[in-house]
Design a protein around this ligand. Structure first.
Ligand code: MG
Length: 277
């Protein structure tokens, strides 16, 4: 049987703007429509950030609520993952979306340099976010930007703050962060699985590395993340016309590797998400 692969679509993020690619969904309606198209194309997880009326990243709970309810109307079974990421947001508001009880939320387990800033995740902030997710049965996606974050995630598992099985995402190709290299991904998978044998994982690449990390993920047993948050181009010469176009590209890659595209029900099973929300 073909291995089912989960495609996550990160539709908006904190960084890309309309001037970079007019297809980046910024308003609530654009985000709902873009998610619907990505879902139809095969995405089973949508990763959400929200923007204010000026297009800047924000933590507005009302915006999150509108996006989530709109998505649920058109994509009733898609897995909704909100971001607790840091760019352009106050640390004390980064968990704002968790009151809405999404299926999943991102959780970075350490700090790292981004191209123009420090992505700061203090031990207290990490513990607070993990505790809230645990209380609300929100599955964390552990965002791994550096090797030490794997060991800290395991530490939090031992403390009972992160439940097993754990899902990690390894992020490559950010300037000042990890280069997109197979050898590094292999070390990360090996180390994470040494401590967390039931681990599921996704490898993602930023910009032009998106597609090469998807290929590596498929060849090494992982899942895929795509979307305009990480990469605004379909290829070297063309902007991506939509999030759905990037999902189609990812789905075609799955086929090339003899994998099937997991539907949301299969994705929930793969991630051991048993609670219906
Ligand atoms: Mg994000």
């Amino acid at each position: 049987m073909n291995r089912p692969v989960i495609i996550t679509c990160a539709i908006t993020g904190s960084v890309p703007q309309k001037k970079d690619n007019p297809a980046v969904p910024i308003t609530v309606n654009e985000q709902v429509e873009s998610t619907h198209e990505a879902y139809e194309a095969g995405a089973s997880i949508v990763h959400i950030h929200v923007r204010d009326d000026d297009g800047k990243p924000c933590s507005d709970v009302n915006k999150f609520e509108l996006v989530i309810s709109g998505i649920k109307k058109f994509c009733p079974d898609i897995i909704i993952q909100t971001s607790t990421g840091g760019r352009g947001r106050d640390a004390n508001k980064r968990g704002s979306s968790l009151v809405l009880n999404p299926d999943m939320a991102s959780l970075a387990t350490g700090s790292v340099n981004f191209p123009h800033s420090v992505y700061e995740n203090s031990p207290d902030l990490i513990c607070d976010l993990a505790k809230t997710m645990l209380e609300k049965n929100i599955k964390p996606e552990i965002e791994i930007f550096d090797l030490s974050m794997i060991y800290n995630a395991y530490h939090l598992v031992k403390l009972g703050l992160i439940p097993e099985p754990v899902h990690m995402q390894f992020i490559f190709g950010i300037k000042n962060g990890l280069p997109a290299e197979k050898e590094i991904l292999e070390i990360f998978i090996r180390e994470a699985q040494r401590y967390l044998p039931k681990l599921t994982w996704t490898a993602s690449g930023i910009g032009r590395h998106q597609i090469e990390m998807a290929r590596l993920s498929l060849s090494l047993g992982g899942h895929i993340r795509t979307g305009l948050e990480d990469n605004i181009r379909l290829d070297r010469f063309n902007l991506a016309p939509s999030n759905a176009a990037l999902v189609v590209q990812a789905a075609n890659l799955c086929e090339d590797f003899g994998c099937s595209v997991a539907n949301p029900r299969e994705a929930r099973n793969l991630l051991s998400m048993t609670v219906e929300k």
